[in-house]
Write a protein that binds this ligand. Structure first.
Ligand code: HXC
Length: 513
């Protein structure tokens, strides 16, 4: 038995070594942790249990039968994060560049199946040169097996991807099929075709970082939701995100015990400018409404005219969607609509109530917007709100104009409780634009067109630039003072805790993609 024990320990030790000391040192020199170090850092101490440590590849081409790396370039298993069961796979770049072989893919699929069957989140730490070139189509099949499982698990368990190294070719599609992507600045990149191919085909000269680095995907494409400074920061952010999520669509998010801090919150009304034409920072308002230090922003650098993120109210996890008047006056455009729609759908999948803060002058006009399908993209956000059945609360702080009033979680599309501050203006459009249309003839024919225009604008504003018409119709449930916002919102979500909505049976809807 002693001999057998020694052999087992030796085999395990070889597996733990991955690609060996030299390659591990190279990984560290790049500022990256190894696959095992990442898992160790992320999971609760001693909770990780590895599966498939001794799996070996089956390739015999190009001399591959001459060597083996037990584990085959990916560490897979399960453990706890903050005491909650989580499944994980971490690609080991020190073994053949973390490239994906048939067996490497089988290991990932085994973990994905377990996560789905046991209804717990799965985290993928990607660090790979893509398909194992020596294996050809076997490797491509392996990717497709993963894509299929990503799709089947979508909306059942939270799936989180971190891109912590290269991620090229079809390999980008697994992360893209999951719920959230984290990238690490300067050490990670994602693209379908790399700079070399880009240069050949389009003659563009671009570096890997410019083409698919963390900043490019955070600001330009919106593919990544989070950017981390380094590996540890990335893993810390993943932990924070998980704390807002339930284990699966069958659960509700974990509720934290919350005690109101004794610190006085600033008066919300002081954060609002006097003139309705002046910008202000909606983030400051939302941070004062939710529990102290609970706001966790998603896609912070993309489409900044719409803020989305998780927070807590009275310890309860919620998703927040808010117009940001500081960027493009808070208007809805193609990017903001896509960003909002995806976030709302995620919250709805996982029973996370939604709070919507509204100050929106409408949809952004222009050929760029129309030709980039603001119609289809705006309706994504509309569709996402309409189909969601989680508790939904809206607060209109200022403008709620035109179609954007309808879209931003209005009563008509299923919001449960709609509040407005006395500063709210619920109307078809702003008073200036509206009066210029309705009174065009009178203004142009008047002896003093400027004065007539001013008076007509005043008339229109007095009639419509307020929340009372909407409140009279019951479209607004209550006009509240800014300082009442937090307690009203906590109480509304608490009242809605057992909300249940049944919708007609269908296979699935057809969101305007
Ligand atoms: C096999 C690979 C590999 C791969 C890297 N390696 N990528 N082995 N298959 N795809 C090996 C290298 O030979 C090397 O082995 C080790 O990993 C580290 O690679 P380096 O090149 O030394 O590292 P670095 O300089 O950091 O460059 C990393 C890299 C580069 C940018 C990822 O290795 C690279 O360009 N690899 C090829 C990428 C690629 O074309 N992949 C296929 C994409 S198509 P040694 O023994 O020297 O340490 C694809 C299709 C998927 O993925 C489709 C799904 C639908």
């Amino acid at each position: 038995m002693e001999e057998k024990k020694k052999e087992l320990e030796h085999r395990k030790e070889v597996a733990r070594q991955g690609g060996g000391e030299e390659r591990i040192a190279r990984q560290h020199d790049k500022g990256k942790l190894t696959a095992r170090e990442r898992i160790h850092y992320l999971m609760d101490e001693d909770s990780f249990k590895e599966i498939g440590m001794l799996v070996e590849h089956r390739c015999t081409e190009f001399g591959m039968d001459q060597f083996q790396f037990p584990g085959d370039g990916v560490v897979t298993g399960y453990g706890n994060i903050d005491g909650r069961l989580t499944y994980i796979f971490a690609q080991d770049f020190t073994v053949l560049g973390g490239s994906l072989s048939e067996t490497h893919a089988e290991k990932i699929c085994k973990i994905m199946d377990l996560a789905l069957q046991n209804r717990a989140p799965i985290i993928g730490l990607n660090d790979s040169g893509g398909a194992r070139i020596q294996e050809g189509v076997n490797s491509l099949g392996g990717y497709a097996d993963i894509f299929f499982r990503n799709t089947i698990s979508s909306g059942v368990i939270p799936q989180i991807s971190a891109v912590m190294g290269p991620c090229a070719g079809g390999a980008v599609y697994s992360p893209a099929l999951t719920d959230f992507i984290f990238m690490v600045e300067k050490t990670s990149y994602m693209f379908v075709t790399g700079p070399g191919v880009v240069k050949t085909v389009t003659r563009e000269n671009v570096t890997a970082e410019e083409l698919g680095g963390a900043r490019a995907h955070a600001t330009k494409s919106g593919v990544t939701q989070f950017v981390a400074r380094d590996d540890k920061h990335c893993l810390d952010l993943i932990k924070s995100l998980l704390s807002y999520l339930p284990q699966s669509c069958d659960d509700k998010p974990h509720r934290l015990r919350y005690r109101e801090s004794s610190e006085l919150r600033p008066k919300l009304e002081e954060l609002m400018p006097d003139s309705s034409r002046k910008a202000y920072d909606m983030k400051k308002i939302l941070i004062e409404i939710v529990d102290t230090k609970s706001f966790f922003e998603v896609q912070e650098d993309f489409a900044q005219n719409l803020i989305v993120g998780f927070a807590r109210v009275g310890g309860q996890s919620i998703g927040v969607v808010a117009n940001q008047p500081r960027r493009l006056a808070g208007v809805l455009d193609v990017k903001a609509s896509r960003k909002g729609a995806r976030f709302v759908r995620f919250c709805d999948c996982f029973n996370i109530p939604i709070l919507v803060l509204v100050d929106v002058p409408g949809f952004l006009p222009g050929t760029d917007q129309e030709w980039n399908a603001i119609i289809a993209n705006g309706s994504k956000l509309l569709y996402a709100f309409c189909e969601s059945t989680v508790p939904r609360v809206t607060l209109i702080t200022r403008k709620a104009y035109g179609g954007a009033y309808d879209v931003m979680n209005s009563k008509h599309i299923g919001s449960d409780i709609n509040y407005a501050w006395p500063t709210a203006e619920v109307a078809v459009m702003g008073a200036k634009g509206a009066s210029e249309v309705i009174f065009r003839k009178e203004i142009s024919e008047s002896d003093n067109p400027e004065e007539t225009a001013r008076l007509r604008e005043q008339d229109y504003a007095a009639k419509f630039a307020n929340p009372y018409r909407a409140a009279a119709r019951g479209f607004i449930d209550e006009v509240i003072l800014p300082e009442e916002s937090r307690s009203k919102i906590i109480s509304a979500f608490s009242m809605l805790r057992n909300k249940r909505v049944d919708r007609p049976h269908k296979k699935h809807g057809n969101i305007p993609l």
